[in-house]
Design a protein around this ligand. Structure first.
Ligand code: NDP
Length: 285
């Protein structure tokens, strides 16, 4: 029978551990702090930011939001980041993406102190991931790796196919799977014969942003399927990048959308913020 990978339950368990870690840090005078910077009024970004703040509050993490108008100049944003870099109560800085077009996203991400880059997007942290010595790992792929750990999937020797090569999901996930000794294939929009590539996989990870594009009959019998995609269909319905019902026929285990990878992403943001606070407290991690 196909096993449902319950991201909500895994995230809840991890958050319990995170709260316990926060309590221990507070007891020694270190309250983990996260600064969230939002530029503009993008409705989806506002929802994400408010979810992050609620999650911080529930875990006992101090969070502060900097809401800036859409016309904010790049120099003003850089000045804010500089002040957050120098604020010793702040362990993590998160700049919500996307940024307005007049702002150079790469420049902003590079201005964040790598030691406070809890999103793991700074080139220093990307480089450390490439060389196998990560400092902060990006939240969504890290959440997927925690899922594997939690359900006892060993990646060593497995054929992993990742559909999608973005900097925030596909590429870092490929590096993380490689570090766990999987053989990794990264597919993208120019990949030839995607169904055949997916059909060869022991583990399929879809991070595309196209509703149900990975079909059920592409999935090898007994494969594990991780669906990172979140696609709004119609007014209220959310679906993933995988045809869930059809893929469930062959999959040994599969994540639902919603309730799969989604809850893990914010959890790993909390995890990274607490990790940063632990380093501030002098712990060697
Ligand atoms: P991007 O748009 O940055 O990347 C999408 C990738 O999919 C690209 O590499 C693109 O290829 C590839 N692609 C597009 N069309 C096809 C196709 N027909 N066949 C094969 N590959 C294709 O998306 P993200 O990585 O940012 O996000 C992917 C999905 O994950 C989205 O649904 C997003 O909402 C979701 N997401 C969910 C998160 C969560 O917390 N659950 C967090 C982050 C993202 P190419 O490079 O050639 O253009």
């Amino acid at each position: 029978m196909t096993k449902l990978i319950d991201g909500k339950a895994i995230a809840a368990e991890l958050r319990g551990q995170i709260s316990a870690d926060v309590t221990a840090l507070v007891a020694i005078g270190v309250t983990p702090g996260l600064a969230v910077v939002l530029v503009g009024e993008d409705p989806a970004s506002r929802v994400y930011v408010s979810m992050k703040e609620k999650a911080c509050a529930a875990a006992g993490i101090y969070s502060v939001e900097h809401k800036l108008p859409v016309e904010t100049a790049q120099t003003e944003l850089l000045a804010l980041i500089d002040s957050l870099n120098n604020n010793e109560n702040i362990d993590g800085i998160l700049v919500q993406l996307p940024l307005p077009e007049h702002i150079d996203e790469a420049k902003i991400l590079e201005a964040i102190l790598p030691a406070k880059d809890v999103d793991g997007f700074h080139p220093y942290n990307v480089g450390r991931l490439v060389t196998g010595h990560p400092v902060f790992q990006p939240c969504t792929p890290y959440g997927v790796m925690k899922m594997f750990e939690h359900i006892g999937v060993e990646l060593k020797g497995k054929d992993v196919v990742i559909v999608g090569r973005s900097n925030i999901v596909g590429k870092p996930l490929a590096l993380m799977c490689l570090a766990e000794h999987a053989t990794v294939t990264i597919c993208h929009s120019r990949t030839v014969d995607l169904p055949r590539k997916v059909a060869a996989a022991d583990i399929v990870i879809a991070a595309v942003g196209r509703p149900e594009m990975v079909k059920g009959d592409w999935i090898k019998k007994g494969a594990i399927v991780i669906d990172v995609g979140v696609n709004r269909v119609g007014e209220k319905k959310l679906v993933g990048d995988v045809d869930f019902a059809a893929a469930s026929i062959n999959a040994a285990a599969i994540t639902p959308v919603p309730g799969g990878v989604g809850p893990m992403t914010i959890t790993m943001l909390l995890y990274n913020t607490v990790l940063s606070a632990k380093r501030r407290s002098g712990q060697k991690i």
